[in-house]
Design a binder for this molecule. Structure first.
Ligand code: SAH
Length: 266
């Protein structure tokens, strides 16, 4: 087995050109430091980080993604979350099957959604996603990226097979703040871990489940693919507290195509 390869070189070089643009910078530095602790040889030739850096460089060239998010994506080995037969495609901007009829989202979609979450007023003030609830752990890739941008991550998956797979994938990575993985129906949220500053759904529903609104802290932001008059779109909801009264402001973004948000566990 070859010596473990380390991420810092790739992350630093990926983050360096934009560094002066970042406000606040603490979290990028934290992501860099956290990424430096991740190390694992995979033997696929993809673990050196160069291919991953190229993926991030392509996203950066589009000029519309948040640099903190790109730095976190530069640190997480996406190929280790997919079947080894698909590893070579892991750094293309494409959704990939992860078993059980589910898919891992396209990197550009992950970057876009996490960027929208970080653009919320609360996240801007704190410079982090804070306490996060993810619905739809899948293979655990997005949970790993979020873990580098948040204080605490709780991620729920309804399919036990994927919940177990994500646990294995994430354990191998030894993230500094391991996501809390729950096997359950994410439509109910996870009250014991809440309230949450950020909520992100990786599966699309007909509506926003009431439990998510109840568990979204004041100042918090939620993003979820949701059915609308023009098909499935990304919906952003902000929980505002004004004069001691809560209200929720909803905005609709572009059309998307996510796997369905289902009820119950399997
Ligand atoms: N974020 C994931 C993408 C997973 S795809 C990743 O990085 O791999 C969406 C996932 O949502 C699927 O695994 C699906 O089983 C799950 N899902 C659908 N409805 C759900 C529900 N009600 N509660 C929890 N998970 C759900």
């Amino acid at each position: 087995m070859s010596a473990p390869k380390r991420f810092p070189a790739s992350l630093k070089s990926a983050a360096a050109p934009q560094r002066e643009l970042l406000m606040p910078q603490r979290h990028l530095r934290q992501a860099t430091a956290d990424a430096a602790k991740l190390a694992r040889p995979s033997g696929t030739g993809l673990d050196g980080g160069a291919v991953r850096e190229r993926m991030v460089a392509r996203l950066r060239a589009e000029g519309k993604f948040n640099e903190q998010v790109l730095a976190a994506m530069a640190a997480v080995p996406r190929h280790e979350f997919v079947d080894s037969a698909l590893a070579a495609q892991a750094y293309e901007d494409t959704a990939l099957p992860i078993g059980h009829g589910q898919t891992i989202s396209k990197p550009s979609v992950v970057a876009h959604m996490l960027g929208l979450l970080l653009a919320g007023r609360g996240a801007q003030q704190r410079g982090s996603l804070g306490r996060v609830l993810e619905i739809g752990t899948g293979c655990g890739y997005q949970a790993a990226v979020i873990a580098l941008l948040a204080r605490q991550v709780t991620s729920i998956e309804r399919l036990q097979g994927l919940h177990d797979k994500a646990r294995q994938n994430l354990q191998r990575l030894a993230l500094p703040r391991a996501p809390r993985l729950i096997w359950g129906d994410g439509r109910l949220g996870h009250a014991p871990s809440g309230p949450f500053d950020s909520i992100i759904a990786a599966a699309g529903g007909e509506d926003i489940p009431p439990a998510w609104l109840e568990q979204l802290a004041p100042g918090g932001r939620l993003i979820a693919p949701t059915a609308s008059g023009r098909g499935q779109v990304l919906v952003v909801l902000d929980h505002l507290l004004e004069g001691g009264r809560s209200h929720w402001v909803r905005s609709e973004h572009e059309a998307v195509l996510f796997v369905p948000l289902k009820s119950g566990v399997v």
